[in-house]
Design a protein around this ligand. Structure first.
Ligand SMILES: Cc1cc2nc3c(=O)[nH]c(=O)nc-3n(C[C@H](O)[C@H](O)[C@H](O)COP(=O)(O)OP(=O)(O)OC[C@H]3O[C@@H](n4cnc5c(N)ncnc54)[C@H](O)[C@@H]3O)c2cc1C
Length: 381
């Protein structure tokens, strides 16, 4: 066994222990109360999760996308929401590590790695989601600073984080529109107003509307030090983001299958366990196959990412398939649980509420299929 393989096993064993001891016991209560798991955040800091994919040079764990994806899946087998606390944070970190200036890397990455600064990415606006180039949040130069005015919405970690990577318009007149878009790392301060907590179907952790009113950010925080490159900088980070959503989906698909199997082996009807009825066996077989296929697609995309090969097609396929697998397996597991599926006492209903988010985040599955097809045509050409 190589050094990397044994390190991965060690890390995954630590994560498994943490999931069983700390995460599983509080999942149901926190989800139902829609309460932010502050204790888990402190534990995540000690586990190094806020620096999981940040290079060791900057104080992170420097994990490969493959190991990182396995960590995310293990967590989401039990409860998906906590993974969102460090996932979008690491996309922000990835943007800085790939596209930031040396000074930005030296200042931000060590603070991101410890979780002293933590947050996520602010792309979506009330009138701009899939069509990001139509966003309106304005960043106007003012001496050595920029003034940000506008509204972001649905931003994960917007309430409890203290820092966001914010995609803005520095030039609303230029064509194509992406040339007028710039990314800023914004630490919370005057002019950064956090709107009310949004009520959600599932994924009950921390999403809000953020409003920027004359929020002053130093030109030093313009990622890469040059205007007009924000869209590409963010798009580059979304490959890792899609692998991470796919890993969440694969984990949820597996978790739902395990719950259904355990229940099917206990519940009896007509004198035998429901696992002995063929109709239930067909469901279990389909669920486990879907979960296994999702895991393999995640592995394929993450391995390509680790080899620094272009992987937008593979990350898109993994994200699309694994998120749909999570939705389908949650629904199938609800069927296996019968009437009890409808009770919050049985945690499968949380999977059923949480899973649809995975078809929306990091590019909806409609957009995902367009990316996959475009790449198919380009590669064939
Ligand atoms: C819980 C939660 C957390 C989130 N966290 C974040 C976050 O941290 N940061 C952030 O920036 N955003 C976040 N989002 C926002 C999310 O990324 C957007 O909701 C998503 O990108 C879709 O945008 P939209 O909702 O505006 O839908 P729209 O873009 O309006 O799309 C509506 C529908 O039209 C389809 N559609 C759009 N364009 C096309 C097209 N060209 N062809 C075919 N179909 C199309 C879409 O697939 C969708 O079905 C979060 C959302 C949720 C629900």
């Amino acid at each position: 066994m190589s050094h990397d393989e044994s390190l991965e096993l060690q890390i995954l064993a630590t994560i498994d222990k943490w999931v069983e001891q700390e995460l599983r016991p509080i999942a149901k209560e926190h989800d139902q109360a829609d309460e932010y798991p502050s204790d888990l955040v402190e534990q995540m800091k000690s586990l190094g999760l806020f620096g999981a994919t940040i290079s060791e040079t900057y104080g992170g764990l420097g994990l490969s996308a493959s190991t990182y994806a396995k960590i995310v899946s293990r967590i989401c087998e039990v409860w998906m929401a906590p993974s969102g606390i460090f996932n979008s944070h690491l996309i922000m970190a990835n943007c800085v590590e790939r596209a930031g200036t040396d000074a930005q890397k030296e200042y931000f990455l060590p603070k991101f790695a410890t979780g002293e600064l933590r947050g996520g990415i602010g792309l979506t606006e009330p009138d701009a989601g899939s069509d990001l180039q139509s966003l309106r949040l304005a960043a106007k130069k003012d001496g050595n600073d920029y003034l940000l005015n506008g509204t972001k919405t649905w931003i994960s970690n917007g309430i409890h984080g203290n820092c966001l990577a914010v995609l803005t318009k520095t030039d609303p007149t230029v064509s194509p529109a992406h040339r007028g878009m710039s990314l800023f790392i914004c630490e919370k301060g005057e002019g950064f107003t956090v709107g009310k907590k949004l009520k959600k179907l599932g994924y009950r952790a921390s999403t809000v509307r953020d409003i920027f009113e004359d929020f002053r950010v130093s030109a030093d925080n313009l990622v890469g030090g040059e205007e007009g490159r924000g869209f590409q900088q963010v798009a580059g980070g979304l490959e890792l983001g899609r692998i991470n959503i796919a890993a969440r989906g694969a984990g949820m698909a597996k978790g739902a299958t395990t719950m259904a199997l355990n229940y099917a082996m206990e519940r009896k009807t007509f004198g035998k366990t429901i696992a002995e009825h063929q109709a239930i066996q067909l469901k279990l077989a389909e669920m486990s196959t879907r979960a296994a296929a999702a895991e393999l697609l995640v592995h394929q995309a993450a391995s390509k990412f680790d080899r620094q090969e272009r992987c937008d097609l593979e990350a898109g396929q993994a994200k699309f398939f694994a998120s749909e697998a999570a939705v389908q397996n949650s629904l199938d597991a609800m069927r296996v649980f019968g009437g009890y599926s409808y009770s919050p006492d049985y945690e499968i209903e949380r999977f059923y509420r949480d899973a649809p988010l995975l078809c929306i985040g990091e590019g909806t599955n409609e957009i995902q299929r367009m990316i996959i097809a475009k790449q198919m045509v380009a590669r064939a050409g």
